[in-house]
Ligand binder design. Structure first.
Ligand SMILES: [Zn+2]
Length: 261
């Protein structure tokens, strides 16, 4: 099992995107992005998985996809209708952007890296004890739409493991120190997750909301760990959409269930 949260260091992109920008939709040179992705997979010792990389178009929604194989689909047979009713996409063939739009992907298949991109939103990687995993993009919109909870439920179905057995890893994101929001957004969070979301003077504690969502989906508190890093405070190491005025690169959360080779 390989999981990683990247920094912005060690790549070939230049200017506002310097240097390990992993997103292909932010105006960076596509050749640089491709090279950065190659560098990342090489560093993770999965260079042969480049063609299998799953990287969706992220739309700040609440759609979860499950990537599995035919055998996995059979295991899930009883739940297929339910997943369909919940709007969960189930696919057994390789899909990536631009044809795949979602903000969380659960994966049961070996040697398929799943990567989502971030600049301030909350990256979450969930890992089941049998190696099935999910990668989640939880910005403020997705958090209010319960994307993390939905991803936990989808991974539970896909893996056949209870959510209480999952480990949850939260990567670098904008901290409450730097995240002032409107009254409207703050009110919505307080209504959904309680007063503790209101850190101080309209500063939103997005991580608190995400942890609450994971816990209410059955993930144990002592299985949730966060990097504790604020992207906006640390633009030397990370990209921050807010701190850098919108033109910047994206870090990534990536996971891959390695097959025995
Ligand atoms: Zn900060």
């Amino acid at each position: 099992m390989t999981i990683a949260f990247t920094t912005r260091e060690g790549g070939v992109s230049e200017g506002a995107y310097a240097s390990l920008n992993l997103a292909d939709h932010v105006g960076d040179n596509p050749e640089h992005v491709a090279e950065n992705r190659r560098i990342l997979l090489e560093a993770l010792d999965i260079p042969n998985c480049a063609e299998c990389l799953v990287n969706p178009v992220q739309v700040h929604g609440d759609t979860v996809a499950i990537f599995t194989d035919e055998a996995g689909k059979e295991h899930m047979e009883d739940a297929v209708e339910l997943l369909d009713a919940q709007g969960v996409l189930l696919f057994t063939e390789h899909r990536t952007s631009p044809e795949l739009e979602c903000d969380a992907i659960a994966c049961t298949v070996e040697d398929v890296p799943v990567m989502l991109c971030y600049a301030d939103c909350v990256p979450i990687i969930l890992v089941a004890p049998n190696g099935c995993f999910a990668v989640v993009h939880s910005g403020w919109k997705g958090t209010l739409k319960s994307i993390a909870e939905k991803a936990v439920h989808a991974l539970s179905v896909a893996s056949g493991c209870p959510s209480s057995s999952f480990n949850a890893y939260i990567g670098p994101h904008i901290g409450s120190c730097c995240y002032e929001v409107s009254d409207e957004i703050l009110d919505a969070f307080v209504a959904e997750f309680g007063e503790a979301c209101d850190a101080f003077a309209n500063h939103l504690d997005l991580e608190y909301a995400v942890v609450s969502a994971l816990r209410s989906a059955g993930v144990e508190s002592d299985r949730i760990v966060s990097s504790g890093i604020c992207t906006a405070c640390s633009t030397d190491c990370f990209y921050s959409y807010r701190a850098e005025g919108g033109t910047t690169g994206r870090i990534a959360a990536i996971a891959c269930r390695k097959g025995v080779s």
